[in-house]
Design a protein around this ligand. Structure first.
Ligand code: BT5
Length: 318
């Protein structure tokens, strides 16, 4: 996309209607050139109405993200300074891992329109058709591996806050890594780590958010999308920008050793605390009341046999 095309997108976004003449004047190009740029935008998926006397109106941005539009609107100083946008990939986490091993800098983001081998935790499949936000962020945090979970919590807080800001939905966080809307999963986070005993080489944070994508029947009782919840198509770029902007703020707090901001936000959005839950871990299945978070984000359960600290597991609300 050329700079002029990007300027036209900005003009269209800032005006309800704008005439070809006004665009031409503002960009110092001919009206024929304006028309050509508009045709290019339409080919890229921008839905634009042209009406005599009124001019052009942007009905809808493309269903997929465009890196140019992201770059134009993202005002972060660490995350997303470099973005790889792929139309299809097995898993953005796999791609990010290869980049990380090749010394890619912290903050780089890999985003894909579609994943053919999207993964959840424990190699579970993550359905990632076109229309959703599937991306990974590369971090190189100077924190011990035991605190890695705090980075996942930053992401959960950022996603919940962004959904609340950008949509009419009320998201909640289900420990450890799910974002729910109306009790159904709308987003999952997969954090993968390469670490030594006391330091992290790199941390890949994979985020999968159902936005305008269709979900298979098999998932419909447990999963939802923003489109389904709002009955309307949601533009991907503003949501993405909002997530990254919030994530950068929470991550900056974490790096400064200010975990309390993250913890407070997490607790604010939590649908887990106070609930009676069943937790399945690798070793056991425990039932108890979720009474709080421990120092590094572990779940504290009050059980028949006393208090237990759960590092990771799958929970069900009883
Ligand atoms: C997660 O795992 O929730 C982490 C999902 C992370 C996906 C992102 S997308 C970008 C990046 N690249 C990747 O390859 N992965 C990351 P877990 O808690 O294990 O949940 C997995 C379970 O969620 C599955 O077993 C299904 O039951 C369910 N599921 C699968 N696809 C889903 C979807 N699109 N929406 C909601 N639930 C889904």
């Amino acid at each position: 996309m050329t700079e002029k095309t990007l300027e036209i997108i900005t003009l269209l976004k800032n005006h309800k209607w704008i005439s070809g003449e006004e665009i031409a004047k503002s960009l110092h190009i001919s009206r024929t050139m304006v028309w050509k740029h508009i045709q290019q935008l339409k080919k890229k998926g921008y839905q634009i109405t042209a009406t005599p006397n009124k001019g052009y109106h942007l009905d809808q941005s493309p269903i997929m993200v465009t890196t140019e539009e992201i770059k134009q609107e993202l005002k972060t100083s660490l995350l997303g300074l470099k973005i790889y946008h792929l139309s299809v990939v097995d898993s953005t986490n796999n791609y990010a891992k290869i980049l990380a091993k090749n010394n890619e800098k912290e903050g780089t983001i890999i985003i894909a329109d579609k994943q053919t081998g999207g993964r959840g935790r424990k190699q579970r499949a993550w359905v990632s058709q076109k229309g959703g936000l599937w991306f990974s962020v590369l971090f190189r945090p100077s924190i011990p591996p035991t605190k890695a979970m705090q980075v996942t919590m930053c992401a959960a807080c950022a996603i919940a806050e962004a959904i609340e800001k950008q949509t009419p939905c009320s998201p909640s966080i289900k420990w450890p890594n799910d974002i729910l809307i109306n009790k159904k999963k709308v987003c999952g986070i997969l954090t993968e780590l390469s670490a030594e005993l006391d330091s992290i080489n790199y941390l890949i944070m994979g985020i999968g958010l159902n936005v305008n994508n269709q979900l298979p029947k098999s998932l419909q009782s447990i999963a939802t999308s923003i489109q389904e919840e709002t009955d309307s198509t949601q533009p991907l770029v503003p949501l993405f920008i909002s997530i990254i902007t919030c994530l950068e703020r929470f991550y900056a707090a974490l790096v400064k050793n200010d975990f309390s901001t993250i913890r407070d936000t997490w607790v604010h959005y939590s649908s887990t605390l106070g609930e009676i839950v069943n937790v399945k871990t690798e070793k056991e299945e425990i039932t108890g009341k979720a009474i709080g978070l421990a120092e590094n984000g572990e779940l504290l359960l009050r059980t028949k046999h006393g208090e237990k600290k759960i590092i990771t597991g799958d929970i069900t609300y009883l």
